[in-house]
Design a protein around this ligand. Structure first.
Ligand code: ADP
Ligand code: MG
Length: 223
């Protein structure tokens, strides 16, 4: 537990720092993006459209990273409403399926009968997508993802199961440490964001892994 607290404190510090600079960094980025968009529509830049598009994409990527950092702040305002987790998953599922199909994989859902919970829809979407992306990245073509919800001992559980290569013990120890990644172009923020979102929902995360695949369990207490 002490280790968990220390990790959340570290995450929070990063999130607070991100919150402090987000506005200052985003404003000039918005200006630059606006001008790039403007140039894109001008005849004299017709030959440079490729580069303009690349610049816009890179700015959007930088912006997405700022959003990930912001999600690490404990004091991030949450918009908790009583709602059903299944409805959030169903709305997001077409996007997940498209994501999976893009790399020759598939995704399926098995949603059980569960009570409403206090949830921030945007945050739950982000949590799901982070697990889903990791699951897809861990699998070779043909593999499947299964997203489940069910009740267990007074709690609601969301699980995301993949048929990937599993997680090595030394990687498992570092899971959720900001910037820890085994991927060439990973940010190492996805899991850290998941832990932070779970903490704001009074939920806990557990993982079960083997060389046949990995399952993440998010356990929401329905107190
Ligand atoms: P990133 O995806 O940018 O590397 P994450 O925080 O999302 O950062 O994940 C950290 C690391 O945890 C990954 O680099 C990977 O090694 C490991 N990991 C996370 N989820 C899985 C999974 N489902 N299967 C295998 N490895 C995983
Ligand atoms: Mg990731």
């Amino acid at each position: 537990l002490a280790q968990e607290m220390a990790r959340l404190d570290r995450l929070n510090l990063i999130g607070e720092m991100a919150a402090g600079i987000a506005h200052e960094v985003r404003n000039p980025m918005t200006t630059v993006r606006g001008f790039l968009q403007l140039f894109r529509g001008k005849k004299q830049f017709a030959e440079s459209i490729e580069y303009l598009d690349l610049m816009i994409r890179e700015l959007d990527m930088a912006n997405a990273i700022i959003t990930e950092y912001l999600a690490l702040s404990k004091n991030k305002p949450v918009n908790l409403k009583m709602q059903n987790l299944n409805a959030i998953i169903e709305a997001l599922f077409p996007l997940i399926q498209a994501d999976a199909a893009l790399s020759g994989k598939y995704a399926q859902i098995e949603l059980g009968d569960i009570p409403d919970l206090l949830l921030d829809k945007k945050e739950i979407n982000q949590l799901m997508l982070n697990f889903v992306r990791n699951g897809l990245e861990a699998m070779s073509a043909g593999g499947g993802l299964t997203i489940r919800t069910y009740q267990d001992d007074g709690a609601v559980v969301l699980s995301v199961q993949d048929q990937g290569k599993g997680i090595e013990p030394e990687v498992l120890d570092k899971l959720g440490t900001p910037f820890f990644t085994t991927k060439e172009s990973g940010t190492g923020l996805g899991m850290a964001v998941c832990y932070s979102i779970a903490a704001r929902h009074n939920a806990t995360i557990n993982v079960q892994t083997s060389p046949q695949g990995t399952t993440f369990y998010v356990r929401f207490n329905c107190a």
